[in-house]
Design a protein around this ligand. Structure first.
Ligand code: COA
Length: 367
């Protein structure tokens, strides 16, 4: 049975930064309150022309560059997002087109902030089963569009960004070692975006009532998160036949520093075992784990052979953990120019649209 290795990684955040002091000019809050309750100092906010697909595309291109893999060699693209571009089509399909990943299937996976762990596991299982050889997993968010900037309970928490991993099959043991996924839909109302779906389609009333924004019971979500994080970490480690002594790092979902601290206490681990960057990005939902991982690799913290647990929680309620042995890129035979593939992708997309248009005209004539 082939192993699923993480061979490429990339991240992209929008340039504009919103600090706590900036927020204090928008709602009644202050830097001290936000930092002491959440650990967040600032977050990146997408410009008008930035979307999950554009941020995701950049992160994906970097991940492919790192893996030295042509987009045309991808078998599968999974995008996970709490702020997808549309209900449909899938953001994954938009990324597939812009990458020119001509042979890849593409779909979106919805598991809120746990989406990246869920999506990685789906991609890894497809590789382990032998049905595909390579996959791209993208977590991409512009959650700032769904945040009520007048609600101090929620607007201080979230930020925008994207992260992507390339997974490839190899006979060498390692890569994704285990995963546990959980859900408790009885807590669905604790964190939600109530309108815009088929239960509450957009109407003047839903807009007026602010139901197109994130709604959250912060205290209950806090309690849930601290309860499940440590437990899921242990479960995933046990499945892999490991204990906390065997791992170098834990990469938690970056929602709140205090939640991570509580998990550290539960696991009886020092905070320096945890990769934490919530202070600079806030909660980027599905993108938070890959962004934290990419930064930790770039800073030389995570190295080939390290064993790591990624643990996530969020709306659903859904949560999960995954144990991996960090592989690093497979040695390259011939460098792949992602720039060239980007240009070819544009041309390909244009030609496909043109062909579809011409075929449409011709078939109408035939009728
Ligand atoms: N600035 C200043 N005061 C604020 C505030 C802000 N941004 N937000 C809330 N407050 C006020 C509240 O109105 C409340 O005032 P009151 O006592 O007069 O009613 C007081 O601060 C305490 O609010 P409370 O909700 O009890 O704060 P808290 O300690 O629970 O912290 C969160 C609030 C949101 C930071 C915290 O509950 C949390 O992080 N929860 C988890 C959220 C999360 O991670 N969600 C995503 C999961 S994927």
């Amino acid at each position: 049975m082939p192993y699923a290795h993480i061979t490429g990684w990339g991240m992209q955040v929008p340039e504009p930064v919103l600090t706590n002091d900036d927020l204090a000019k928008m709602v009644e809050t202050n830097d001290e309150w936000i930092r002491s309750r959440t650990g967040i100092r600032e977050r990146h906010i997408a410009r008008e022309d930035e979307f999950p697909s554009t941020l995701g595309l950049e992160a994906a291109t970097k991940a492919l560059q790192m893996a030295n893999l042509a987009p045309t060699d991808l078998d599968l693209i999974i995008c996970t997002s709490s702020s997808p571009e549309y209900i449909f089509p899938a953001t994954a399909s938009l990324i597939q087109d812009q990458l020119g990943a001509s042979k890849a299937g593409a779909f979106d996976l919805s598991a809120a902030c746990s989406g990246f762990v869920y999506a990685l596991n789906m991609a890894a299982q497809s590789i382990r089963s032998g049905s595909i050889k390579s996959a791209l997993v993208v977590g991409a968010e512009t959650l700032s569009r769904f945040v009520n900037w007048k609600d101090r309970n929620t607007c201080i928490l979230f930020g925008d960004g994207a992260g992507a991993f390339v997974l490839q099959a190899s006979d060498k043991p390692g890569g994704i070692l285990s995963a546990v996924l959980h859900s408790d839909g009885s807590g669905a109302d604790l964190l939600s975006l109530p309108a815009g779906g088929s239960r509450n389609p957009a109407t003047e009333t839903t807009l007026h009532e602010g139901k197109h924004f994130v709604h959250m019971d912060g205290k209950e979500v806090f309690r849930f998160a601290t309860r499940v994080m440590g437990h899921a970490t242990i479960e995933s480690l046990e499945l892999a036949g490991l204990t906390t002594k065997d791992i170098q790092w834990i990469v938690p979902h970056q929602a709140n520093y205090r939640i991570i601290e509580t998990a550290a206490k539960y696991l009886k681990l020092p905070m320096d075992k945890f990769i934490v960057n919530v202070e600079r990005y806030g909660n980027t939902s599905t993108a938070s784990i890959p962004i934290a991982m990419v930064e930790a690799v770039e800073q030389g913290k995570i190295k080939s052979g390290d064993r790591i647990v990624m643990v996530a929680f969020g709306a659903g309620l859904a949560w999960g953990a995954m144990t991996v042995e960090w592989s690093g890129p497979i040695p390259a035979k011939k460098p792949v120019s992602q720039k060239r593939y980007r240009l070819l992708a544009r041309l390909r997309s244009f030609l496909l649209r043109a062909i579809r248009f011409i075929e449409g005209v011709l078939s109408r004539r035939e009728l």
